[in-house]
Design a protein around this ligand. Structure first.
Ligand SMILES: NC(=O)c1ccc[n+]([C@@H]2O[C@H](COP(=O)([O-])OP(=O)(O)OC[C@H]3O[C@@H](n4cnc5c(N)ncnc54)[C@H](OP(=O)(O)O)[C@@H]3O)[C@@H](O)[C@H]2O)c1
Length: 263
């Protein structure tokens, strides 16, 4: 168990990636504090973890609410004594941000992903780092997509938002690694099991004329392996990156695009 007794806080834990990472962290022995904007999906993940013999507590926390994040982290410290891993899996539905050409996009829709993704990651990371500094140890993690590095049509402010998160990973690391805190991101290729990918497809379906199957085939054809990644594969990398075995990695985003995007 490579995360045995590590205290991990997951934001957006009720989502596809947050849930998969939470289950994988629990499997490797982590003590979990799971959060999300709505409680029910987070509780469902916590129940899965209990059923598998793990430890998880669910809480309703809006990752954009600085005071709520702070109060929750303090409660984690009060109960578990420390926080070792902070994982940001917050995401907003593609239906709100994708599918409109830039020339027709209004400024609120353009700004929504940039402010939501960059601000939530900043708040979460800053609050956790303040606690981690005391132990001179900890890992801050987030998830981005290849939009950070590629010009993809009809994606509005999503690419700039992903690029901002990856830049923040580097800046956080530059400031915090001297104090023993690693900062790492994961950049997975599209994961077909998730609603996020289905929403990305639907946003483009009218324009592209493709079926769901054709859309997946197109994405898969861009990978070296000619297939898309599973949630389990992504979560396995997250476990390794969160563990002390990845002690040599900080200030970087792991390219999990299976060859779709060159380093
Ligand atoms: N799925 C993919 O194929 C894929 C691939 C690469 C990267 N990613 C990235 O991975 C991240 C997560 O994706 P996902 O597929 O897991 O999305 P998801 O299933 O929609 O999950 C996102 C979660 O974030 C929560 N959330 C949203 N705003 C929040 C807030 N202010 N405070 C707390 N929780 C909040 C949502 O909760 P509510 O539903 O309660 O609002 C939801 O549970 C995103 O950044 C996405 O871009 C996804």
């Amino acid at each position: 168990m490579i995360l045995k007794d590590k205290v991990a806080v997951v934001y957006g834990a009720g989502g596809a990636i947050g849930g998969a990472v939470s289950r994988a962290f629990a499997h490797e022995g982590a003590n979990l504090f799971l959060t999300g904007r709505h409680l029910a999906p987070v509780e469902a993940v916590a129940n899965d973890v209990f059923s598998a013999g793990g430890s998880a507590e669910a809480a309703q926390v809006d990752a954009l609410d600085e005071q709520a994040v702070d109060r929750h982290l303090q409660s984690v410290i009060n109960k578990a004594g420390r926080v070792d891993i902070s994982f940001n899996a917050v995401g907003i539905p593609g239906t709100q941000i994708l599918g409109v050409p830039l020339v027709e996009l209004d400024v609120e829709q353009f700004s929504l992903p940039i402010t939501t993704y960059a601000t939530s990651y900043f708040l979460i990371a800053r609050m956790a780092a303040r606690r981690m500094v005391a132990n001179k140890s900890g890992v801050l993690m987030t998830v981005t997509t290849q939009h950070s590095r590629m010009g993809l049509p009809l994606s509005g402010g999503y690419g700039p938002a992903m690029a901002a998160e990856e830049a923040l990973t580097r800046v956080l690391s530059a400031e915090l690694a001297p104090q023993g805190i690693r900062v790492v991101g994961l950049r997975p290729q599209a994961i077909p099991e998730t609603d996020t990918l289905k929403e990305a497809f639907e946003a483009r379906a009218k324009v592209s004329g493709m079926t769901w199957e054709q859309f997946q085939e197109l994405l898969a054809s861009k990978t070296h392996a000619q297939r898309l990644m599973t949630l389990e594969e992504m979560a396995n990398v997250a476990v390794f990156m969160a563990s002390d075995r990845a002690s040599g990695m900080t200030g970087t985003t792991v390219n999990l695009t299976m060859g779709s995007l060159d380093d």
